[in-house]
Ligand binder design. Sequence first.
Ligand code: PFF
Length: 436
Amino acid sequence: MSDRDSWISNLGFVLAAVGGAAGLGNIWRFPWLTAGNGGSAFLIVYLLVVVGIGVPGLLAEFVLGRCGRQTPTAALRSLTGSRWGSWLGAFNVLTTLVILSFYSVVGGWILRYTLVSPVGTYFGQPQQYFGAMSFGLEAVAFHLLFLGIVAAIVFFGISNGIERVSKVMLPGVVIILLGLAVWTATQPGTAAGYAFYLSFDAEYLAANFLSVIGPAAGQALFTLSLGAGVMLTYASYLDDNASLPRDTLVIAVSNTFIGVLAGLVVIPLLFSQGVDPGQGGPGALFVALATAFATLPGGELVATAFFVTVLMAAVTSGISLLETPVATLVDSFGVPRRRATVLVSVLLAATGSGLALTSSVFQFVSGTLADLMLTVGLFAFTVIVGWLLRGDALAEFRAGTARFEWLAKPWLLTVSWVLPVVVLFLLTNTLASLAG
Ligand code: PFF
């Protein structure tokens, strides 16, 4: 596989992986989940789950990627020595296609808000604007545009496309978010938002722990892109010198930082406008934020900066999702990368358009189905790493550095016992919500 593309530098890999992880999940899903689940209580449980489950899970997926040095179908086949491995890999590829289909529709909404924010088109009637543009032919058009941007990057491959773009966009996301967080702190009426988000409410937590843990764990997996083979694919382009535990920590911490930072912008802003951020779920965030921007001084500028940030974050995640099916066609079927990119994009253009036209299917796919597929994928990964590979997994853990040796065995224990149990619990939760 000497002609296989690879990262130019380890930093490039880290930036691309953080870019893949930090996306709509951080800036759009995290604030409204936090707002709807008790603010600080959710934040604490979420942070605990990221450390206890997310970090070991991410490391497990990286181990599979670098151990297999292939895309999911081929890697899992050779690592498990069974045809089931190929099926699991194919399931991963399907997962990325399902997620990108709806992700690209939301990416299209963001693209549209980015373009009209400088003139504040939606400032007068945020609710009607969102209602009119979110599903229908315009939503299809903007989904296609967003997908086109993502495809244009993947077209150029790992080092020339994904790595280059991530090196610019990810720092851009962090810098603008930092600026917005500082600006938010200078706005009147934000104190209640900070208190809700950051003060530790032990009573709420004790009373609601069981209802908070499910969404917190689901968000931890979604935000770290676990269970879809996307992180596996990115790690397959790494060489032996990279230390997987070190990279995992840097990536998980950076991704969490971006989510928490987004919360520091969104939640106080909503409170400052008297908008109840817990009301009405994902679509409401667009409406509530638009309301906030409309009434703030310099709202057009702030709104534009905000949506540019979300757009860049969504693009770097979109490319990680597209890379997995494209690389699978390249690695396993010998299709040239450019042709593979076009083929997969045409398919996604169709599936995403379907979702952009039917909001009920969109709701199901972006909620239950995505969660279900990611948890099934992650469950299989933990079983392979924790029960099948074991010694080989530890060797991958140790490659590149001896600094994390004390964590090696506890990590494997966590992957073998804790992760499968927690992931099964999540799976049951999702299935129960489906039945109920
Ligand atoms: N982690 C991305 C986000 O937070 O927006 C979403 C995502 C990307 C989930 C890739 C799963 C995945 F495989």
